[in-house]
Design a protein around this ligand. Structure first.
Ligand code: ADP
Ligand code: MG
Length: 732
């Protein structure tokens, strides 16, 4: 029996939900367990002295550094809090440039050195503040050699510590940044924190034109996470899913997403069990998930939290991906976060809803009733658009990965061209503002009578939706929709923060200049905003971003239209982008080069892995299945010939010829895949290697796939080894 058939048998044997979860018991409220494994301010109040508590509060709410004395008190409080809850180990939890998270557990228990003595549980400020992993074993892009390997993780007190548990133990996790001996960032959190601070300083300064009492401006993030769920046994029978996260082969299922019957459909029972479980686990570590639903593709779902400040929101997304996979395991399921696990149906993105909030709780992107005369709103709205307009290539580079390449531009996800959607009303506001300065523009937001008895009138939003835009304004926030499903939010958010900070700094210089030359602040703001808005309109596009017209129009507007990852990454090597990152102290030229290098290397490694996995799939799964089928057909042709049934024999022979032809073509293409992969690796620079993989190796893989997917449909079902799309997408 094929591995596929045994997996299918095993699914049949899965106990019905009612037997696996026999008693329902009393159901807890979310508030009963929310945050119970988090060292949040309320827990700190019980475990810290008054002064330590206040210092931690300032660290969390104002990004202040924690003093050595307080660190001592926090370490003591944390040890007590964690061990009271059964934790035996602690770890710095950091975000190396692999894009995932890393941890190394150390025990609180310190065995005694003196013979015959017993050890004790202890945790020092030094252990809390700083750890030293081997930096050369993580991606460093040449910033560390194996002989100069020192790297440090440093505790980030602004993101709360939490306990992660397995059935038999708990570990205290301390969010941390990861830097080299020379102080260069080796992770995604250090630059994010720097960018958050730059944005805070720049935005607070601009806020002072309107309200001198604003102390701090925080970027906020609410991500929406799309994902697929497949049965674990089927997953395990697909080496391509296990090794690369996506299917490299697989004929389309006749039923796909054409009935548009999956989006928001009733959630399947087995999946809802999984959702309820992972949401509870997420809640216990403080991730405020609020939304769950079926997504467009069969087997695809989404969840979203209440938005939070950017740094904890990014941490929470990474933590959630980890929690989801652990919980899925208990349900014999597997979560796929890959941007494009299946050809022919939608891929998965991670929409990043982003806004700016003052310490007084005001959302700076809230348009209010009359955006056309709301100078504070217009200031931030126009400056974000202008930041995008000036630095679109930077944002495009921040989402360029091998996985996302399948999604961007594939008429289901935002295209690979960055533009912003404002809706027609705000576009009109911008045009009028450029021409006349502040002007009220009426919006069609009056309630609309539906004329259905018993149904309240429709309360209209100011803008309709545009699902084709990568960067739509959605009422009081921007939604960056082009981030990959498996990616960390951090690189995209760092880029966005820096772009906006840079623009706000330039804006303030220009406004202050006008004031020095005699304008009032209001005159200066209006005059400068009119100039910036006129410019920023280049990036605004409210039409269909999937259309060929837009592609041409974007070219006329001079926007980047990079289709491949290496092309999209290339701007990172330009003086303009280097200056931007260096000017704000986010990345030195060396750090940026290292990152570019790592991204190119990762791209090459992913495509190389896919090529080699495809090769193994062909040799050990596809060819044996096709050969077995050919043997059977050949025997049949001979039997027909023996019986004198020439017509029937010819018919089978024709079929044999067709299958054999596809097999030959596949084998020839496979041979070329070997040669081209080899040749690519011999090119002189990573950029050249990456280009060759994008332009030669990847298309060959797709050519092979086209043949094999035809073979899958010809070969007898019982002989095909790899679980089919219909099974992966529909069986649960
Ligand atoms: P939709 O699918 O309609 O775009 P969702 O309700 O799924 O919307 O998600 C919207 C996301 O936007 C949520 O995560 C929400 O918390 C977030 N959000 C709302 N307001 C803000 C804000 N001011 N800043 C950042 N994110 C926000
Ligand atoms: Mg959304």
């Amino acid at each position: 029996m094929t591995i596929r058939y045994s997996a299918l048998d095993a699914i049949e044997a899965v106990l019905p939900v009612a037997d696996r979860f026999p008693t329902l018991g009393p159901l807890p409220k979310a508030s009963d367990h929310f945050g119970e494994n988090v060292f949040h301010l309320t827990a700190m109040r019980d475990y810290l002295s008054e002064s330590a508590y206040l210092e931690m509060q300032a660290a969390i709410q104002h990004g202040q550094t924690v003093s050595g004395q307080t660190a001592e008190a926090v370490a003591e409080g944390l040890l007590k809090w964690a061990t009271d809850r059964g934790a035996t180990h602690f770890t710095h939890w950091f975000q190396p440039l692999t894009g995932g998270v890393a941890e190394k557990h150390d025990s609180f228990y310190k065995p005694a050195i003196v013979p015959g003595e017993l050890g004790i549980e202890a945790f020092s400020a030094a252990e809390l503040l700083q750890r030293e992993p081997d930096a050369s074993s993580f991606p460093h892009g040449g910033m560390r050699g194996t002989e100069a390997a020192r790297g440090y993780t440093l505790w980030d007190p602004s993101s709360p510590a939490f306990l992660l548990e397995t059935r038999n133990g708990r570990t205290l996790h301390l969010p941390a940044v990861f830097v080299s001996y020379t102080g260069e960032a080796l992770d995604h959190k250090a630059p994010l924190l720097r960018s958050i601070e730059r944005l805070n300083v720049a935005a607070t300064a601009v806020c002072h034109y309107f309200d001198p009492e604003v102390r701090r401006v925080a970027a906020t993030l609410g991500w929406e996470q799309e994902y697929f769920v497949v049965d674990k046994k089927l997953y395990n029978a697909r080496p391509d899913l296990v090794l690369t996260g996506r299917t490299l082969l697989g004929a389309p299922s006749p039923r796909g997403q054409q009935f548009e019957d999956h989006y928001f459909a009733a959630i399947p029972e087995r999946i809802q069990h999984f959702m309820v479980d992972f949401e509870r686990e997420a809640g216990r570590v403080g991730i405020p998930i609020t939304t769950r639903h079926n997504e467009v593709a069969p087997g695809q779902y989404e969840c979203a939290p209440m938005f939070e400040e950017l740094n904890p929101a990014v941490d929470h997304n990474l933590l959630l991906m980890d929690v989801m996979q652990r919980v899925a395991d208990r349900h014999d399921l597997r979560v796929l976060f890959h941007e494009k696990p299946f050809a022919g149906v939608n891929g998965s993105g991670k929409h990043n809803n982003w806004s700016l909030a003052t310490n007084k709780g005001k959302n700076l992107l809230s348009p209010g009733k009359d955006p056309g005369t709301n100078l504070q709103f217009l200031t931030f709205f126009v400056n974000v658009l202008q930041a995008l307009n000036r630095h679109e290539a930077v944002l495009r580079a921040a989402i360029a990965t091998a996985g996302n390449e399948h999604r961007l531009g594939a008429n289901e996800a935002p295209p690979a061209i960055i533009s912003a959607f404002t809706g027609s009303h705000l576009e009109e506001v911008l045009h009028r503002f450029v021409q006349h300065g502040p002007t009220s523009v009426a919006a069609a937001t009056d309630d609309r009578e539906l004329g259905i008895r018993g149904i309240a009138p429709l309360a209209l939003d100011a803008t309709d939706r545009n699902r084709t835009s990568p960067f739509p304004f959605t009422g009081n926030k921007f939604e960056f929709r082009a981030v990959g499903g498996g990616a960390s939010c951090s690189p995209a958010m760092t880029a966005l923060n820096v772009m906006v900070a840079d623009q706000l700094v330039a804006f303030k210089v220009a406004v202050d200049g006008r004031v020095e030359r005699g304008a009032t602040i209001e005159e200066a703001l209006v005059a400068e905003l009119r100039v910036q808005a006129a410019d920023a309109l280049r990036i605004v596009f409210n039409g269909d971003n999937y259309s060929a017209d837009w592609y041409a129009e974007a070219g006329r507007r001079g926007l980047s239209r990079h289709a491949t990852t290496p092309q999209a990454l290339a701007p990172l090597a330009t003086a303009e982008v280097r200056d931007l990152y260096a000017r704000h102290g986010i990345f030195s030229a060396r750090e940026l080069d290292a990152r570019l290098h790592i991204q190119l290397e990762t791209y090459i490694k992913v495509l190389d892995l896919e090529a080699r996995t495809l090769d193994q799939l062909l040799d050990s799964h596809v060819y044996p299945a096709v050969n077995a089928y050919l043997d059977g057909q050949q025997a049949q042709a001979l039997r027909f010939a023996d019986l004198g049934m020439t017509d029937a024999a010819d018919h089978v022979k024709a079929r044999l010829g067709h299958v054999f032809g596809l097999l030959r073509e596949t084998q020839e293409l496979e041979h070329r895949l070997h040669l081209e992969t080899e040749a690519a690796h011999h090119l002189p620079t990573p950029a050249a290697v990456a280009d060759a993989f994008a332009e030669t190796v990847k298309p060959l893989g797709e050519e092979i796939r086209r043949r094999v997917d035809q073979l899958e449909l010809l070969v007898e079902d019982g002989q095909w080894h790899l679980p089919k799309y219909r099974e992966l997408l529909f069986l649960r």
